[in-house]
Design a protein around this ligand. Structure first.
Ligand code: V47
Length: 375
């Protein structure tokens, strides 16, 4: 007589963590229970990278199976003139400096018009320019939609929106609604950096604080504008700062459910003016991805951003919790002005090769993860 079929235990159930302090976390992950602040700290502190990666991969595969996403996109940075002073930023310039620039709207539109038909998303981020009129941004949104009605406009970080609110003396919801009506479809996740006040105050002057960043995201979500979120790591922040940052994002997501993707941003140190720090290591980059996948149980997607960690580590990130590689990108300036050694763009073939060799299935998506094509 045949023995009754018994479901085979999952790899995770039979897999002992080499770091015993992760055992209780493994049990929580298997049971689908939320991780605590102390769990987050333990995950960041472990040297059991493979154990951590296996936990994050378990969550990633439960959500997304073997799919790895990418988008055909382009970046547009209309100005680098910025009223804020961030020690980590090499992109910003002050008016009058030789490298300061502002794109005219005709230049913006020419840039959009030259994009191939396959390009689905324009990612727009600029410095906090103190002299541009609000109409410039409204006309920018309207003009882009006229040229490419099919292109998703992911524009203006929460920091920029907060700056507009102060400069143009309009409420945050009014700024957001006006830009939405003009064509802004969603918002990128930049400017979050690290929320912890003591650390943030040491590296940032003159832009939205953590609470203000989160409140702009809250207001955007209430108006039906989805957004991404980020964390800048690998500078002077502590492990506790990182976990606090993730939990603040998770709390807001419980309230609004408006975040689409979390992107850990590895500090690019080479040209950063006021910080003499080394680049992040592969261990740190993979941990940033894995810990975020485990802590952010309510944010659907985790991005392995090849521009900042390089295509090789980004590819491995697809086995450590990430389900998305961002995209073709083209003409990125924030990381490259800071000396990022990565190329300016990857082709669809290159992205698909990275994904396939990682044992994943490439799926081209739009900004909000509707499937465009399975490659
Ligand atoms: O806002 C600035 C950060 C952000 C440096 O939402 C730096 O889909 C590292 O937010 N080293 C811009 N980071 C990038 C960004 C982003 C990228 C890709 C996708 C999405 C998305 C968002 O980069 C800035 C700032 O937080 N930054 N300087 C630096 N030296």
């Amino acid at each position: 007589m045949n023995a009754p079929a018994v479901a085979a235990p999952s790899v995770l159930e039979t897999f002992a963590m080499s770091d015993p302090s992760l055992e209780t976390i493994r049990e929580k992950v298997l049971a689908g229970r939320r991780l605590s602040f102390d769990d987050g700290v333990a995950l960041y502190r472990t040297h059991d990278l493979l154990g951590l990666g296996r936990l994050a991969n378990h969550v990633r595969e439960a959500r997304h199976g073997d799919i790895a996403y990418f988008v055909c996109n382009t970046h547009l940075n209309h100005t680098n003139v910025c009223a804020a002073t961030c020690n980590f930023c090499a992109f910003a310039a002050k008016t009058g400096e030789p490298r300061a620039y502002v794109m005219s709207l005709d230049q913006v539109f020419a840039d959009v018009a030259k994009q191939p038909k396959a390009c689905r998303e324009v990612h727009i981020v600029g410095g906090l320019h103190p002299d541009l009129p609000f109409q410039y941004f409204i006309d920018m949104m309207k003009g882009i939609k006229q040229i490419r009605p099919d292109m998703h406009v992911k524009a203006f970080t929460a920091v920029e929106i907060f700056f507009f609110h102060k400069l143009y003396k309009k409420s945050v919801p009014e700024i957001l609604q006006t830009l939405k009506d003009a064509g802004m479809d969603s918002m990128p996740g930049g400017g979050a950096e690290i929320f912890a006040k003591e650390t943030r105050d040491k590296i940032i002057k003159g832009k939205a604080n953590g609470e203000q960043w989160l409140d702009v995201a809250r207001q955007a979500h209430k108006l039906g504008i989805p957004s991404n979120c980020t964390m800048l790591y690998g500078h002077i922040e502590t492990v506790e700062d990182r976990v606090d940052h993730l939990i603040q994002l998770r709390d807001l997501q419980d309230e609004t459910n408006g975040f689409v993707t979390f992107i850990p941003l590895a500090f690019q140190p080479w040209e950063a003016p006021a910080m003499k720090l080394p680049e992040t290591t592969g261990f740190e980059d993979l941990k940033a991805i894995a810990v975020s996948r485990l802590m952010l149980d309510n944010i659907p997607h985790i991005k392995s951003y090849w521009i900042m960690i390089g295509p090789r580590v980004a590819q491995i990130g697809l086995s450590f919790g990430a389900d998305d590689l961002d995209g073709t990108v083209t003409e990125e300036r924030v990381a490259h002005d800071a000396g990022a050694p990565t190329s300016q763009s990857l082709s669809v073939d290159e992205l698909c090769r990275l994904i396939r060799e990682a044992g994943r299935r490439p799926v081209e998506r739009d900004t909000v993860f509707n499937t465009i094509k399975e490659w």
